[in-house]
Ligand binder design. Structure first.
Ligand code: URA
Length: 234
């Protein structure tokens, strides 16, 4: 893999940032400064340092999981299977799910060991969009969409932040986009208008969109551009 690509995959920065770092002499290969972004990294043998830090010890991993119902969004649990039980990867130590989906919720879950990215995606200050597909036990109206846009009382101190509701055919299904992550938020928002969520699936989080070719329970590493885009949201 090219050096610039490798450093981006390691979470050092965007492709263009990384090229700058290389040109400025911040990267050493086997103890020598190397200013060639096109250098082909020997991942098994090269010792790569960024600003004096050996990257072998600070690798970041990013996986997209299509969470099935029935799994807890946790690292470990004494009674239930967790989303980490679905991952057969090395190394697994240090990986955790970014945010929580309810046990019965399906869809996009990012699993990583990058605490900074996770913090930024979950920070209430960042208002990262989360889009869900939802099925309900009753029908939605245009007024419900307007109501959600104004914010909903779900029993917290404040109304929810504006949410976008895109009502689908039959009016008992919709896409909802929220920018917060309160406990059971989507279910509580629909509950507040007298409806029960019968099925919930997360479709996207920020720039990251569920890869629909992933079967339920399947996962894959994020692509370089998916990682880069998520970091650009910072
Ligand atoms: N809102 C919910 O109610 N449940 C989820 O799993 C995610 C968002």
């Amino acid at each position: 893999m090219r050096l610039d690509k490798y450093l981006t995959a390691m979470g050092i920065g965007s492709r263009s940032q990384v090229k700058e770092y290389i040109k400025k002499g911040k990267v050493k290969i086997n103890g020598e400064i190397l200013k060639k972004p096109e250098y082909h990294v020997d991942e098994e043998n090269d010792i790569i340092e960024f600003q004096g830090i050996n990257l072998e010890y600070s690798k970041f991993y990013y996986y997209m999981l299509h969470k099935p119902a029935g799994y807890l969004s946790a690292v470990k649990d004494d009674h239930c299977e967790t989303v980490l039980d679905l991952l057969d990867v090395t190394p697994k130590e240090g990986l955790f799910p970014v945010g929580r989906l309810d046990k019965d919720t399906e869809g996009l879950l990012l699993i990583t060991n990058d605490g900074i990215l996770s913090h930024e995606l979950l920070s209430p200050r960042k208002h990262v969009d989360k889009k869900y597909y939802v099925e309900l036990d009753g029908v939605l109206t245009k007024e419900d969409a307007e109501h959600f846009q104004k914010g909903v009382d779900i029993g917290e101190d404040k109304l929810t932040k504006p949410a976008t509701l895109e009502i689908l055919e039959g009016n008992d299904k919709a896409y909802i986009t929220i920018t917060e992550g309160k406990y059971h938020q989507v279910k509580r928002m629909f509950r507040s208008i007298g409806l029960t969520v019968t099925y919930l699936k997360r479709i996207s989080m920020g720039s990251l969109v569920l890869d629909e070719t992933l079967e339920k329970g399947a996962y894959r590493p994020l692509t370089e551009s998916e990682i880069e885009e998520l970091k650009c949201n910072r």
